[in-house]
Design a protein around this ligand. Structure first.
Ligand SMILES: Nc1ncnc2c1ncn2[C@@H]1O[C@H](COP(=O)(O)OP(=O)(O)OP(=O)(O)O)[C@@H](O)[C@H]1O
Length: 614
């Protein structure tokens, strides 16, 4: 059977079995339904989706599929934190009650310096004030349904808030009157079931190790992720804080600061794109996180909207919502009033997470490259720079996507897509980019520069003029002069090429038969492929010495002759199950969880093949 069909479901298969949080958008419409049935169903699903995504993270009644069905009543994290119905009006000379709006905002004003933001004595704690620490008896409550609760007593697992390829993530409360219970009302715990890990590094990690196949597939990789997370999390307000790590008979528990908003990804889907101010607000905080990582010799290598979590702030409705000409006024949700240093669209502080693909390039204290005897030859400096530059590419992709609502690189065909990415072929598509400022475009251009030597480095990015000048400062003044609403008349959307039409259908829901979900799934995949291709491109540019120095290979035995780029490339694509001519865009697209399960299966196959060949 065609692998894609197997993976993404062929014919009328609705794939209702594989469900995850990420799949809550992924319902499909059966082809036998009448149009009326379809419309009714879709309208109801759409309204459900809208409701569910209000506070950033969609929830699903079927979230428990992957690990065997926990029947626990769930509640949306941050349900009570963000309200879209609040009407706070901005008027001439009106004051923003910023201090009342911010619940947990540590975001940057344009005047704050990066070094002050990441000061080493900054204390990041979520002080327990009103919540009485829950006691052991509470563990007899509903969360005892979670299998993961059975082996841990220090934390009470309240509800499941996320899911990765090898993990489930829970909102939890520290139990008793421990130091942690005093300092944290709630935490997020990523639980990895040992059974789901492969026992040794596999062949797929050997050939340069550029892919997601490296991610959390062995015990070593879990420990590596934990170690790196611990190193990076201590002193930067824009990195999710690492709190604790526990190993039991069946599980690993990675305890982290809880970000109640969830993923930035979901908010992009909700608003379809962000204003330049909100984009700046988010990307600057990401820049601060990356600056921190790079300054201590760590490269993230998987920057994407899924790995950006946020603290929610209250939504403030905008009395004069500004639409772009390409917007559909019937469906475009306004992100609300932007407040400098606070945020908008419900997004306050933004933090980077997921260090599963991160690498330590050099040791912070000695500045010597990892895996080598210390030396600082020019090629080493160059290698480090190449390695770090991958993150700037990731920042460019996120910025592009936030500004217009779709990723910079896209094609139906995977080989064409990968070619476009490696050549850096993207455009500022009209009409969606028509009203975006030249400053923003210039910033994106400098980030999506295919030559890593010419690409912005993190300091150049943080000094970018567009990044440091907020529109709201200007708008507030100009609004005082005139009270004319700034909603333009909707003009006809220009006729677009087939490519543009496709983009429109996929990413802007112009086609009524497409819900948010397929576009969202495709967007996730586009990011994964883009990041993977960049990692491969970067590895190609490294000196043989750097490869040999194990910067990019987990297999120390690997001979540099064996680092065949083509093989890396194919393995990388394999890791996404996308190594086919046709990029999967069908409405019957299966879930990320299912594809990730396939990926796990593939890892096992490769391992077996490796053993047999030895
Ligand atoms: N600290 C946190 N606060 C709130 N939600 C979180 C936190 N950590 C993770 N999540 C939620 O859980 C989801 C899965 O977490 P994470 O991405 O760390 O898992 P993963 O196994 O690395 O996933 P994958 O490898 O498939 O990308 C996140 O996308 C997010 O929605």
């Amino acid at each position: 059977m065609n692998k894609l069909k197997a993976i993404f479901g062929g014919g009328n298969n609705n794939n209702s079995s594989g469900n995850s949080k990420k799949q809550s958008h992924s319902k499909t419409v059966g082809t036998s339904e009448t149009n009326r049935d379809k419309n009714t169903k879709m309208a109801s699903m759409e309204s459900k989706l809208r409701n569910l995504t209000v506070s950033g993270s969609p929830r699903s009644a079927e979230m428990d599929y992957a690990f065997g069905g926990d029947a626990v009543p769930r509640q949306q994290v941050g349900d009570d934190s963000v309200r879209v119905d609040e009407q706070v009006f901005l008027d001439e000379g009106g004051e923003f009650p910023a201090e009342q709006l911010v619940e947990n905002s540590g975001s940057f004003s344009s005047s704050m310096s990066v070094s002050s933001a990441c000061s080493s004595d900054m204390i990041l704690s979520d002080e327990a004030t009103d919540d009485v620490p829950i006691t052991e008896t509470a563990i007899n409550g509903p969360s005892s349904f979670f299998n993961e609760q059975e082996e841990i007593t220090d934390y009470f697992l309240v509800d499941k808030i996320g899911e990765g390829a090898f993990s489930r993530v829970f909102r939890a409360k520290p139990v008793g009157d421990s130091f942690l219970a005093k300092n944290y009302k709630e935490v997020a715990i990523k639980v990895i079931k040992k059974d789901h890990l492969t026992p040794v590094a596999t062949a797929t990690t050997a050939a340069g190790g550029a892919g997601n196949t490296e991610k959390l597939s062995t015990k070593e990789q879990v420990l590596k992720e934990v170690t790196l997370h611990k190193i990076v999390s201590g002193n930067c307000p824009n990195v999710v804080k690492f709190i604790d790590f526990k190993e039991t008979r069946s599980y690993y528990y990675i305890v982290q600061e809880l970000l109640k908003g969830g993923e930035i990804f979901n908010v992009i889907v909700k608003f379809t794109y962000f204003s330049e101010d909100l984009s700046r607000h988010i990307i600057r905080q990401l820049g601060v996180a990356v600056k921190h990582l790079h300054s201590i010799g760590i490269v993230h290598r998987d920057i994407k909207p899924e790995n950006l979590l946020y603290e929610p702030i209250k939504y403030i409705a905008n009395p004069h919502p500004k639409l772009r000409e390409s917007d559909d006024p019937n469906t475009k949700l306004d992100e609300g009033v932007f407040i400098l240093g606070v945020g908008s669209g419900g997004i306050g502080t933004v933090k980077l997470t997921d260090f599963g693909l991160s690498k330590q390039i050099y040791h912070d204290n000695t500045k010597t490259p990892c895996g080598t005897v210390g030396y600082t030859a020019p090629e080493v400096v160059k290698d480090e720079r190449y390695s770090m530059q991958v993150d700037l590419w990731g920042i460019g992709c996120v910025l592009y996507t936030m500004l217009c609502g779709f990723p910079p690189f896209y094609d139906d065909k995977i080989d064409v897509l990968t070619e476009k990415i490696s050549r850096g072929e993207y455009t500022f598509l009209s009409p969606w980019w028509d009203e975006i400022s030249d400053g923003a475009k210039n910033c994106v251009r400098n980030l999506l520069e295919v030559n890593p030597e010419k690409r912005y480095d993190i300091d150049e990015f943080l000094a970018d003029p567009w990044l440091n000048k907020y529109d709201s400062e200007v708008n507030l003044k100009s609004r005082k002069k005139s009270r004319v609403p700034v909603v333009p008349e909707r003009s006809k959307i220009r006729k677009s090429s087939t490519h543009k039409k496709k983009m429109m259908q996929m990413f802007r829901n112009e086609d009524p038969s497409i819900l948010y979900s397929p576009a969202a799934v495709v967007m996730r995949d586009a990011f994964d492929v883009s990041n993977a291709v960049q990692r491969i491109e970067e590895a190609k540019k490294l000196s043989p010495r750097a490869r040999h120095a194990n910067l990019y290979s987990l297999n120390e035995e690997e001979d540099e002759e064996g680092l065949d780029d083509k093989m890396q490339f194919n393995e990388e694509l394999e890791s996404h199950n996308l190594n086919e001519q046709n990029f999967p865009l069908s409405l019957n697209a299966s879930t990320i969880v299912q594809r990730r399960k396939e990926k796990q299966g593939k890892l096992m196959d490769n391992m077996v093949a490796e053993v047999v060949s030895v």
